[in-house]
Design a protein around this ligand. Structure first.
Ligand SMILES: O=C(O)C1=C[C@@H](OP(=O)(O)O)[C@@H](O)[C@H](O)C1
Ligand SMILES: C=C(OP(=O)(O)O)C(=O)O
Length: 424
């Protein structure tokens, strides 16, 4: 993946592959935060190693946490949190929303910034909420990155109201650090519905597994103050990153198995089972993992509300462009605040290959049409690379611009993709 453009490989035969996937970004970055705030050392097993998780590890190290590699795992030794420090969040939503509440617990100033696009992603509600909970933040009145958290070594905490309709991470960030706030935290959401419900369930479950007391009701979360324990935290494979591999089974009329698919998970990628079945895939969850089979006769479009599983959209949109019938993907207006404006980017790039996609107020309408090759721009968005790869299976001449940006969550993507396509 060193060249500027990556020629997305065409599948000349139905895929027939087992694809082991690296760990979940969302679980790895939650585990790192909870470990840094724990009273005892934590071993994070099978963590994802990617730009987003290395940025999280780097940020926590800068605040005084010991994080060392050990046989592919991460050993985390919580330390006294202190500034002064500089933190680079890159373009990672999990780092920009989960780290500032931890910085507020440090003594000393923590300066936080990221990629140019990171400065445009929604941060205002969490900055305001942290202030209401007693943190001192200098954001120059921008309500966005960059800003400095002037940590006093402790945060009073208490009750706060937030509009988290722009991102579930605004709530998750407050909850993950809440056990260490003096009074804990009660967060009440007011506004249009919060997206990504499974990610909120993941936050609650991982907090409880670390020993926190959490109560939830619709739109309200309460985390009591108290110690977080050490021990081992196993990271599941990243099920959202399974989307493009499982999708390849549909596009080629083949079979793909992802081993280690958990039978009980909070990951939104688990919804792929129902979504791909609705497009006509055979889906089987068994002891060998999740197996998806496509039909040589093709597959149907998808009518789905993706509000809870927005990060699956780019790959599903690529599948929709290759399907046998039109698709409507709704409930995803908040994707305009992701790594890029994903609704605009998907429309521009699918149409750039001759497709027929258009933006809805809260989603995408995609009518399949014969596509041709061309440059597929990726807007520093890992999932645009994944979407392009899916299109390239069926469309000769798709040239993926800046393929290395996939390293945000899946640095080994091109090799995994090539192995999947290699004859069995
Ligand atoms: O908490 C998390 O780990 C995530 C929550 C979601 O964010 P939004 O609610 O902003 O979509 C998701 O899209 C993102 O990839 C990861
Ligand atoms: C939206 C995503 O990432 P982030 O954690 O940066 O919000 C994503 O991975 O699709």
């Amino acid at each position: 993946m060193s060249s500027q453009h990556w020629p997305a490989p065409v599948a000349h035969a139905p895929v027939d592959a087992t694809v082991p996937l690296p760990g979940s970004k969302s679980m790895t970055n939650r585990a790192l935060i909870l470990a840094a705030l724990a009273e005892e050392p934590v071993r994070v097993t099978r963590p994802l190693r990617s730009r987003d998780t290395e940025l999280m590890a780097g940020a926590l190290r800068a605040l005084g946490t010991g994080i060392e590699e050990d046989a592919g795992d991460w050993r985390v030794r919580p330390g006294e949190l202190r500034g002064p420090a500089r933190v680079d969040v890159g373009l990672a939503g999990t780092v920009m929303r989960f780290l500032p509440p931890v910085a507020a617990l440090a003594s000393g100033e923590v300066a936080i910034d990221g990629d140019p696009r990171a400065r445009e992603r929604p941060m205002g509600p969490i900055i305001a909420a942290l202030r209401a909970l007693g943190a001192d933040i200098d954001d120059g009145g921008r309500g966005a990155l960059p800003f400095a958290v002037r940590g006093a070594g402790t945060v009073p905490g208490g009750s706060v109201v937030i509009d988290a309709s722009g991102s579930s991470q605004l709530v998750s960030g407050l909850l993950l650090a809440a056990p260490r706030f003096e009074k804990g935290v009660e967060v009440r959401h007011e506004g249009p519905p919060v997206p990504s419900a499974p990610h909120l369930a993941m936050t609650v479950r991982m907090l409880r597994e670390a020993g926190a007391t959490v109560e939830t009701d619709e739109n309200t979360w309460h985390v009591a103050p108290g110690p977080l324990r050490g021990g081992e935290r196993a990271i599941e494979p990243d099920l959202s990153n399974a989307a493009q591999f499982l999708g390849a089974a549909l596009v080629t009329g083949g079979r793909v198995t992802v081993p280690g698919w958990p039978s009980d998970t909070t990951q939104p990628g688990d919804a792929l089972r129902g979504l791909l079945a609705a497009m006509g895939a055979g889906v089987d969850l068994g002891p060998d993992g999740l197996t998806v089979r496509g039909d040589a006769g093709g597959f149907a479009g998808l009518e789905a509300d993706l509000h809870e599983v927005g990060e699956l959209t780019p790959v599903l949109a690529a599948l929709a462009a290759l399907a046998g019938s039109p698709s409507r993907l709704t409930g995803i207006a908040h994707l305009r605040g992701h790594e890029t404006d994903r609704l605009a980017a998907l429309v521009a790039e699918i149409n750039g290959l001759g497709g027929d996609a258009r933006e809805l107020a809260d989603g995408l309408e995609i009518r399949p049409r014969p596509l041709h090759g061309g440059v597929f721009h990726t807007y520093d968005d890992h999932r645009m690379v994944m979407a392009a790869a899916v299109l390239g299976l069926a469309v000769p001449g798709v040239e993926v611009e800046n393929p290395a940006t996939v390293g945000k969550t899946l640095p080994g993507f091109a090799d995994l993709w090539a192995s999947m396509l290699a004859p069995a």
